[in-house]
Design a protein around this ligand. Structure first.
Ligand code: FPP
Ligand code: MG
Length: 350
């Protein structure tokens, strides 16, 4: 399965929260988006393919970028450009730079998280080692920067560099709050804003700027991008509890073992004495790593006490807020498509 497609509903595993009918509808919409941007996706793929050509780290890069991916950030750039009356073609460098940087973060992130699998295949670090994976990420990051610099818009280089710094700060903030039961929603949201929403925001901002939108519109699209980026990460963390490894292409129920703050656990702590007791027992520096069975028990309690459902509601509200704040643009039909795209992002099961 290319990462771009939703798996066929017939393959099973449709989360009950989505429902088979809705799932089939979303699946069809993803296919439409895929078809509509077929030529842009092909150009993007070629750019990704050549990104590390001739480099000593090309094997690790080719492995990651060849494994698919949803191409969410490029799609966002094309849709945003069109929503302000521009074209997808003119923002091709933004699409490529954002996907390259995303790839860089994944290569680094899998080293930081000791991850074994990514996009349904072994993580690059498993096949090529941590050192090469880090260097491959470095290369992708510099390629992305080169592409942005090539646009000869100094402000975009500055905003892109700020985005890089945000990504790093997000990971550091997350690290500082690992294995802590007292992490609240404010800190969690800040981590999400920095480590994920920042790149979505930059992509939307940069695409609309290159497409010729005025300053206020660019800023508004930046807010939209950050809003759906935050929702995307919150859903990702929800999928860590509710997703299936075969669909998400990576280990599930891993965040807790890595000690990462997650919204479901934060809500669970607020509402369930059993969740609080679980964390007291398992989230101590001297406690052994929780077994799969213990993690599954916690997952069951998070479902039982309503924490997981609450996360989905918050994700939905986040998307609604982002879409409602979208400015009226020259191309309202394109804005409608952006709204549908936002809905697809949080209706996914992978
Ligand atoms: C995935 O989170 C990780 C990110 C969204 C950001 C990663 C950022 C860095 C490693 C630092 C900056 C790197 C560069 C190249 C500037 P996750 O681990 O929750 O998601 P996952 O389940 O997909 O691994
Ligand atoms: Mg990770």
């Amino acid at each position: 399965m290319s990462g771009m497609e939703l798996p066929a509903a017939a393959a099973g595993g449709v989360p009950p929260e989505i429902g088979a009918g809705r799932y089939a509808h979303l699946h069809g919409c993803w296919e439409d988006v895929h078809r509509e941007y077929r030529s842009e996706l092909a150009v993007l793929q070629e750019g990704l393919r050549t990104a590390a050509q001739g480099s000593a780290v090309s094997s690790a890069v080719t492995h990651l970028l060849g494994a698919g991916g949803k191409r969410v950030r490029p799609l966002l750039s094309w849709l945003c450009a069109q929503a302000v009356g521009g074209s997808a073609a003119e923002v091709a460098p933004i699409a490529l730079a954002s996907e390259l940087l995303h790839g860089a973060t994944l290569l680094h992130d899998d080293v930081l998280d000791d991850a074994a699998q990514r996009r349904g295949v072994p993580a690059a670090r498993i096949l090529f080692g941590n050192r090469l994976s880090i260097l491959a990420g470095d290369l992708l990051m510099t390629r992305a920067l080169e592409i942005v610099a090539g646009l000869a818009r100094p402000a975009l280089v500055v905003s892109f560099s700020r985005c890089l710094a945000d990504l790093v700060e997000g990971e550091v903030l997350q690290d500082e709050h690992c294995f802590r039961a007292d992490v609240g929603e404010t800190v969690y949201r800040r981590i999400v804003e920095l480590k994920t929403a920042s790149l979505f925001g930059w992509t939307a901002e940069a695409a609309t700027e290159v497409a010729g939108a005025d300053h206020r519109t660019v800023a508004a699209f930046g807010r939209f991008g950050r809003g759906i980026g935050a929702a995307f990460q919150m859903l990702d963390d929800w999928l860590d509890w509710r997703g299936q490894p075969a669909l998400v292409g990576k280990a599930v129920r891993a965040d807790l073992k890595e000690g990462k703050p997650s919204l479901a656990v934060i809500y669970g702590v607020q509402t369930s004495a059993r969740v609080r007791a679980w964390l007291r027992d398992h989230l101590r520096a001297d406690a052994p790593a929780p077994t799969d069975e213990a993690v599954n028990d916690l997952g069951a309690e998070l479902a039982q006490c309503g924490a997981l459902e609450r996360v989905r509601e918050v994700v939905g509200a986040e998307v609604t807020r982002a879409v409602t704040a979208l400015p009226r643009t020259a191309a309202p039909a394109a804005a409608d498509r952006l709204a549908l795209f936002a809905e697809l992002l949080v209706g996914r099961d992978h």
